[in-house]
Design a protein around this ligand. Structure first.
Ligand code: NAX
Ligand code: K
Length: 530
């Protein structure tokens, strides 16, 4: 499902009216009707007698709110509209809808000064539902003054809130807030999710997300060359092809995992098992020689190799020809888990990578090695996936973690294009950016997955999917989704607190089975994705 900026959405709205002759008031009517339907469902089918407060701004978002007000009023709800403008300041479609509503006997209470807040405050005490139609995609900056106070008043009332298109106060493009912002119970957004609704903290402020059709021609949306998508079960399902009944393990690729150092062999085991659980036909894991036996004991189905090592149990430069030889039989390399930041190992990684001819998944200490010398990233011809967490990304682009987090999408897409790699920027709402400029946002996963080894499993899963022939960016996106979904299953059955990375391995088959099962239910990322 495509995700848009406020400007992209506004342009699509404009083109629907200008090029496809859909009157803007028809779009507004559809938008308001869809919100009304959602509210009716919320109340179990009947709205008569329900006390609904509608806070409306003077723009088109407020206009949508006035359409909702009219329909609920018509169905017998007790509606009060609090208008954050003078009625005569409304123009165009919002003005038309205000006039119809008033003609029908609907009540309007303008909030223009401090003393007007009191009525809203009292009404909130008795409200069954609040409709937030103050700002939508036309909002910029921060909600200050009286409007900011209204937003705080609504939030403090503790009543259920449905946000129209966007929670008011949210930056539609970044998901950031710069002042008071509505904390919605659910959000009904029109035509396509806006970026701010699927990026944190916006995703949390939006509550449950409902995306509704308001009659914008599909053909128009498809003609727009949109570059950002939210991963959905339907998209993931399309990427997974059923297995040929006559297939054998040689058809599903061979992953080589290179990593490990003294005390860090578990990371390699998790990545290797992640690759197998993702369906790779064969997995070989190569670690410093002294760790091979431990690794073999931990991973029954994985083939293990011992590589030359240095005192202290880290890979030595002599490991290079052995790795290159192993790669001759492999489809994909996953490098980094548990590798250590030893200087010799760093130079081994920097020397190895430019010689690799197959796709490579680069994680953990292999990323830290690249942060010491970016020549490979800048110059090498490669098919690579980088899976940094925000701290590793910050090192790679020489900035701070806070700055990476402030513009996750921008950072990931720029890095992917500059280095011609696929970037998986981990964290809440993982971003997957491809060298072509396309990007995905992953809605699955939960804070229980912020635990040691979780990233190693992801590395293995992505490598396992590449091994089976999926294009590298597709494998990265699918891998992120599946990995998060496994975490969501694990959290549902055993809670977030005690979740460990090994649990993810056990839930991966269940996610694949669900995707194979072709169920129709689509969820946009709150709670369980499948
Ligand atoms: N354009 C269309 O064809 C459609 C638009 N729709 C609705 O229209 C919305 C967008 O409408 P608009 O573009 O009119 O914009 P909004 O209604 O989101 O808000 C615009 C108003 O907010 C004010 N504003 C912006 N930032 C502010 C701040 N920081 N503090 C105080 N005031 C601020 C602006 O000056 C303007 O008066 C969408 O979110 C959606 O709800 C729907 O009706 C569907 C069709
Ligand atoms: K709103």
């Amino acid at each position: 499902m495509y995700v848009v900026t406020a400007a992209e959405m506004a342009e699509i709205d404009r083109m629907a009216s200008r090029d496809y002759f859909v009157p803007s008031i028809v779009l507004m009517e559809n938008a308001g009707l869809r919100v009304t339907e959602s509210i009716r469902r919320y109340f179990g089918g009947r709205v008569a007698g329900k006390r609904v407060l509608i806070f409306a701004g003077k723009g088109n978002n407020g206009g949508d709110g006035l359409v909702v007000a009219r329909h609920l009023h018509n169905e017998g709800a007790e509606v009060k509209v609090f208008l954050l403008a003078r009625p005569e300041d409304l123009r165009g479609d919002p003005r038309t809808n205000l006039e119809i509503y008033q003609k029908m006997g609907g009540k309007i209470f303008p909030i223009l000064e401090q003393s007007h807040l009191q009525r809203a405050d009292i009404s909130l005490l008795y409200a069954d539902l609040v409709v937030d139609a103050i700002f939508g995609t036309g909002f910029k900056g921060a909600a200050l003054g009286l409007t900011g106070e209204v937003i705080k008043l609504i939030n403090n009332a503790g009543k259920p809130i449905v946000a129209v298109d966007l929670p008011s106060g949210l930056d539609a493009d970044t998901g950031q807030v710069h002042g008071p912002c509505i904390k919605a119970t659910w959000t009904v957004t029109f035509a396509l999710p806006k970026r701010g609704l699927v990026l944190e903290p916006g995703a949390t402020l939006a509550g449950e997300l409902e995306v509704v059709d308001i009659g914008i021609p599909r053909r128009l949306i498809e003609s727009r060359n949109l570059r950002l998508r939210l991963l959905t079960p339907a998209w993931c399902r399309e990427q997974l092809k059923p297995r040929d009944p006559s297939s054998h393990k040689g058809n599903f690729g061979h992953v080589l995992v290179v990593g490990g150092s003294q005390g860090m062999v578990g990371a390699v085991a998790l990545a290797a098992l992640g690759a197998l659980r993702a369906g790779a036909g064969l997995v070989t894991a190569a670690v410093p020689r002294s760790l091979q036996d431990v690794l073999a004991a931990k991973t029954t189905e994985v083939m293990t190799r011992g590589l030359p090592e240095m005192p202290g149990g880290v890979l030595s430069r002599e490991a290079l020809p052995y790795i290159l030889e192993l790669l001759e039989k492999c489809t994909v390399l996953a490098i980094g888990p548990g590798l250590s930041r030893d200087k010799t190992t760093v130079s081994l990684v920097l020397e190895l990578l430019p010689q690799v001819r197959c796709p490579v998944v680069i994680d953990a200490d292999a990323l830290n090695a690249l942060a010491e010398d970016r020549k490979y990233l800048r110059e090498a011809e490669k098919e690579a996936v980088l899976t940094p967490h925000p701290g590793e990304m910050a090192r790679l682009i020489e900035t701070t973690t806070a700055q990476v987090q402030a513009d996750r999408l921008g950072v990931a897409t720029r890095a992917a294009q500059d280095w011609r790699v696929t970037v998986v920027l981990k964290g809440a709402r993982t971003i997957i950016a491809s060298p072509s400029g396309e990007a995905f946002i992953n809605p699955t996963g939960n804070p229980g997955m912020a635990t040691a080894g979780s990233g190693d499993v992801l590395t293995g899963v992505v490598a396992g999917l590449i091994a089976q022939g999926l294009p590298v960016p597709v494998a990265a996106a699918l891998g992120a989704y599946i990995h998060g979904a496994a975490g969501d299953y694990a959290a549902r059955t055993q809670g977030q607190q005690g979740l460990v990375a090994g649990d993810l391995l056990n839930y991966l088959p269940r996610v694949f089975r669900k995707l194979e099962a072709r169920t129709e239910k689509t969820c946009l990322g709150k709670g369980l994705p499948l």
